[in-house]
Design a protein around this ligand. Structure first.
Ligand code: ZN
Length: 459
């Protein structure tokens, strides 16, 4: 009996110790936050004291090259899958699937069929035994691969940022019944909303919107500190796309080029997706010369760099408006003073990324990164095997404290410096040699004499 009790106690101690070791070995929890439509240069244009404090203790990526099309749903899904839109299947705000004949709209997005071409991090992390959470992130309320995050709330604009943060920190802390989540994704709809209404060039309105965003970041930091999470979690703040100014003087009237009877319209602006109903070649020719500020592509000719071709949901013809131009139907007025969705090579479409926490370097910044690189970075932070993705750790690795990383400009500077110094020493040496009086010998040559008898030491 005594032996049984002793064994019982030892087992308990053993299990407790194993759990403790596992906890010590497990990586820090990760919180991913997106402030929708946060254009990279807002950071330079507006004072953001809380955000600046966060990345002064961590890292800043000044510009992220996001994925085409630069819309909310495609880019939010890319952030959590590391895939281009053609690979994850969420290609636009409005889609048509020619196989299932279903239609997708951002307010009617819960059919898993649209999302099942990829596995977001809040799903794949479940396979490693982690709990996860997704707060109003696009796709978080959809059953993907028959699963959802451990905790999620569907999008509801009535829920304040404070309430969202309150839930996320509660999920990260866990309770007696359930462990805290290892990964949480949190979404907030500003400054995108203000950018659309006022346009990004409206300094007064955007200054107010960005102040509110920064106040929310302050609130988030404060909540993390109050709950004791601040020093032990990695926090990554980013966005899906930027914003550019539109104008009623920059409208492209689609119906002026082609009567609506000739096509089915799937999505409108700034990237129009069209299914021709009559002779596709004739339809394309009319669209191709429609407007000097709009490019038309047949699906096979969409440039490789856009990674926007290899999916059934890319329609036979797409039209891409130049920056700041809006494609409208006849009679329509300018719908928004600010918009996004344009070519992802435009700086105005780029967001930023800032991060802080035990795994990140401190006070480090790089100029750019691909947004698809964030997914493998998050997998590394969580010690998870990444799903197949379009990202790389080549540059993202340098953001991590544990990684030794050669700074290429610094290395080039050092090599050039050493070469210059050696050249200077050689020139100086030659100069000094040339100034010796004629007949003088720079060195006393040592004479080696094999005749031991002449060696005074042996005498
Ligand atoms: Zn967005």
């Amino acid at each position: 009996m005594l032996l049984k009790m002793l064994l019982g106690v030892l087992c308990c101690v053993g299990a407790f110790a194993t759990e403790n070791i596992a906890e010590q070995l497990s990586p820090p929890q990760l919180l991913l936050v997106s402030f929708d439509g946060f254009r990279a240069d807002y950071l330079r244009r507006f004072p953001m004291p809380n955000l600046k404090l966060l990345y002064s203790q961590g890292i800043l990526v000044e510009q992220l090259t996001n994925v085409f099309i630069t819309k909310t749903f495609p880019n939010h899904y890319s952030l959590v899958t590391g895939l281009y839109a053609e690979s994850h299947g969420i290609l636009a705000s409005n889609m048509y699937d020619p196989v299932s004949h279903e239609h997708f709209h951002i307010n009617n997005d819960s059919n898993p069929m649209w999302w099942n071409e990829a596995r977001p991090l809040w799903i794949s992390a479940l396979d490693s035994g982690y709990k996860t959470a997704a707060m109003m992130w696009p796709g978080s309320d959809v059953t993907i691969g028959n699963r959802t995050a451990t905790h999620f709330l569907p999008y509801n604009p009535q829920v304040t940022f404070k309430q969202r943060v309150g839930n996320v920190t509660k999920w990260m802390l866990g309770d007696k019944k359930e462990k805290g989540v290892m990964f949480a994704a949190l979404y907030w709809e500003e400054p995108d909303r203000s950018g659309h209404i006022f346009g990004p060039d409206n300094d007064t309105a955007m200054s107010q919107a960005l102040k509110e965003v920064d106040d929310n970041i302050g609130l988030l930091i404060s909540e993390l500190k109050t709950t004791g999470l601040w020093d032990r979690v990695n926090i990554l703040i980013t966005s899906d796309h930027g914003m550019t100014q539109c104008s009623a003087q920059r409208l492209i009237q689609l119906d002026n080029c082609l009567h609506p009877d000739n096509y089915t319209l799937v999505d409108l602006s700034p990237v129009t997706a069209i299914i021709p109903l009559k002779d596709p070649e004739a339809v394309f020719k009319l669209l191709d010369k429609c407007h000097e500020h709009m490019k038309a592509y047949k699906k096979p000719d969409i440039p490789d760099r856009l990674h926007y071709r290899n999916n059934d949901r890319v329609q036979p013809i797409i039209l891409i408006a130049d920056e700041g131009w809006t494609i409208v139907l006849r009679g329509d007025e300018l719908p928004r003073l600010g918009d996004h969705g344009y070519d992802n090579s435009l700086p105005s479409m780029h967001p930023f990324m800032a991060a802080s926490g035990p795994s990140f370097r401190q006070g480090y910044r790089i100029s750019s990164l691909q947004s698809v690189d964030i997914y493998p970075l998050m997998c590394k932070l969580l010690s998870l095997p990444p799903q197949p993705n379009n990202g790389t750790m080549t540059r993202a690795r340098c953001l991590l404290a544990a990684e030794s990383c050669w700074d290429v400009p610094l290395v080039i500077g050092l090599v050039v410096g050493v070469l210059l110094m050696l050249t200077a020493i050689t020139v100086l040496f030659r100069y000094l040699s040339s100034r010796r009086p004629p007949g003088s010998r720079p060195f006393q040559r040592l004479q080696v004499d094999d005749d031991d008898d002449d060696d005074p030491m042996l005498e």
